[in-house]
Design a protein around this ligand. Sequence first.
Ligand code: TXA
Ligand code: MG
Length: 334
Amino acid sequence: MITEIVPTDPTRPDPGAIARAADLLRAGRLVAFPTETVYGLGADALDPAAVRGIFEAKGRPGTNPVIVHVADPRQAGAVAAAWPEAAARLADRFWPGPLTLVVPRGPAVPDEVTAGGPTVAVRCPAHQVARELIRAAGRPVAAPSANRSTELSPTRAEHVLKSLGGRIDLILDGGPCPGGIESTVVDVTGPAVRLLRPGPVTVPMVEWVVGRVEVGPAAGGVARSPGQMAKHYSPRTPVVLAYSQEEADRLLDQFLNSGLLPLSLNFRGPALCGGVPESLKLGLDSSPEKAAADLYAWLHAFDDGKADRIVVEMPPDTPEWAAVRDRLTRSAAS
Ligand code: TXA
Ligand code: MG
């Protein structure tokens, strides 16, 4: 299969590009598109064969459910069996935007989307290309991140092409994703509102709207968000975490002394450390939003086999950094 790449303006999507991609979705084909978080790999959410195509292209285990994307909050009614009070409040406050709500699954949703489970994850993205594509397709769109399973999420069309080129029909290239990190996933089906994946919408932001939020899977419960398996979001180059500048410097020295070439990454802005060559030092912005926007792009760029290790000096342990810390921790798990 040849993967077609169709450029479009991110804020005023090209009608021809949207129509072409929407036709493919209606025909049961796979289309990658930009969202405000990362690129998604879309298929008609109500067509089981089309959704199976997503799993084949990604090499994703069928046990990991996918998020259904809707053009507006009303369309969520097509996939949810009920809309709990907490969902209504959170959608009202954060949609369109980088928040995914896990709600009771409606009868139209195939098993392929939910991994056979009783709930469905729904999100109304803010990116204009995503919204117009879903609207033009006239149906909800199932979309995980547009990468092979366990690889880094794509924040640019070229990342999608590198990972899925030849395996999908079309990539709508709307430029870099502004957010850069996957949506916050919140489960509102239980007695307590539960955060399943940290993201751009932080715990304090959710709590401000619905009160107390539990973090992580319910005790003794099944793996409710299997995408949260440790090995995920991984570059090929091993990532080593440091919890202070001193520890990072020590690790860098240690690797250099044993003949390994480390790349150093921190969140303090442009930085100097150890005897690492200038070209392998990277200081990301000290604002969580700006750092998140660039994080995957840099990890993709540095995952070219030049460095032997990536030494990451972790950002502070505060709610605003929780999503970045979560992805870094997962990128280091092997
Ligand atoms: O920002 C995002 O969320 C991106 C863009 C494309 O929207 N999508 C994304 O999808 O990150 P994916 O498949 O890479 O991650 C979806 C996460 C996984 O951790 C999955 O296990 C969880 O959502 N999930 C999906 N359906 C679920 C459900 N019914 N219950 C619990 N967790 C669910
Ligand atoms: Mg993913």
